[in-house]
Design a protein around this ligand. Structure first.
Ligand SMILES: NC(=O)c1ccc[n+]([C@@H]2O[C@H](COP(=O)([O-])OP(=O)(O)OC[C@H]3O[C@@H](n4cnc5c(N)ncnc54)[C@H](OP(=O)(O)O)[C@@H]3O)[C@@H](O)[C@H]2O)c1
Length: 212
């Protein structure tokens, strides 16, 4: 499949793009700044330039995409208004663009404890934004997979994960492994219309996903 990677220039997005390029699918990197294009050119990966705060239909069309991975986020350096504009509304805009294009396969990089009703956490505004976008996706007819990792680290990936850990235990996971799980879901029919929590663990990614 030709897979549009939204947030391709991010720490996890770049890992996703490389894995797709080295595997069975063809990534198209969506970036919002033309200075980011050469990096992907050097990898032999096509790009489209688009911003999640604008309609995404032209980007999907330009990419001739067949699937979409959402790995974007406003980040912790911006204010709550950007969290709403990117993590909530940008994600919802990408879901709408997929529906309008008649495309179905969508993989969402969400977050542990994403919840439309989140209260009492310093990042509740973020968890609500992600939770609302996830709910929107679940209500759609898209063939979605929603991956909810714990805290993302820069540790080297192990290829071993745990799905559905104790919700109270917190937990973290290398970005390498999140990217590997996200890419692997594309070839695992059992992950369609599923949501799962994800932290580092002791089960191979293939085995963990096949249990869904
Ligand atoms: N950090 C954690 O512990 C954690 C835990 C669970 C889940 N997550 C989720 O995982 C996601 C990925 O994490 P990460 O560390 O890889 O993120 P990251 O490095 O901050 O990458 C986010 C990407 O989103 C892009 N982006 C931001 N606003 C955009 C817009 N308006 N239009 C298009 N692209 C836009 C950024 O573009 P630029 O490159 O141009 O800035 C960047 O490439 C996070 O956003 C978060 O939702 C994070």
């Amino acid at each position: 499949m030709r897979v549009l990677v939204v947030g391709a220039n991010g720490h996890t997005g770049r890992r996703i793009v490389r894995l797709l390029r080295d595997g069975a699918h063809e990534p198209i990197a969506m970036v919002r700044d033309t200075t980011q294009v050469p990096h992907f050119g050097e990898l032999g990966v096509a790009t489209v330039v688009a911003d999640l705060e604008e309609p995404l239909d032209p980007a999907l069309e330009a990419a001739s995409a067949e699937a979409l991975i959402f790995a974007a986020g406003s980040g912790s350096e911006t204010g709550p208004e950007k969290t709403l504009a990117v993590d909530r509304d940008g994600a919802i805009r990408s879901i709408a663009a997929m529906e309008a294009a008649g495309l179905s396969r969508y993989v969402m990089l969400s977050a542990l404890r994403a919840d439309p009703g989140s209260e009492g956490s310093p990042i509740s505004h973020y968890l609500r934004a992600k939770g609302i976008a996830d709910e929107h996706l679940r209500r759609s007819d898209l063939h979605y997979t929603i991956v909810r990792p714990g805290r993302l680290t820069f540790d080297e990936g192990t290829g071993k994960v745990e799905l559905e850990p104790d919700p109270e235990s917190g937990g973290s996971i290398p970005r390498d492994d999140v990217a590997a799980v996200i890419v692997a879901t594309l070839d695992q029919k059992g992950t369609v219309r599923k949501t799962f929590d994800l932290v580092e663990g002791s089960t191979s990614i293939a085995e963990a996903l096949s249990s869904l």
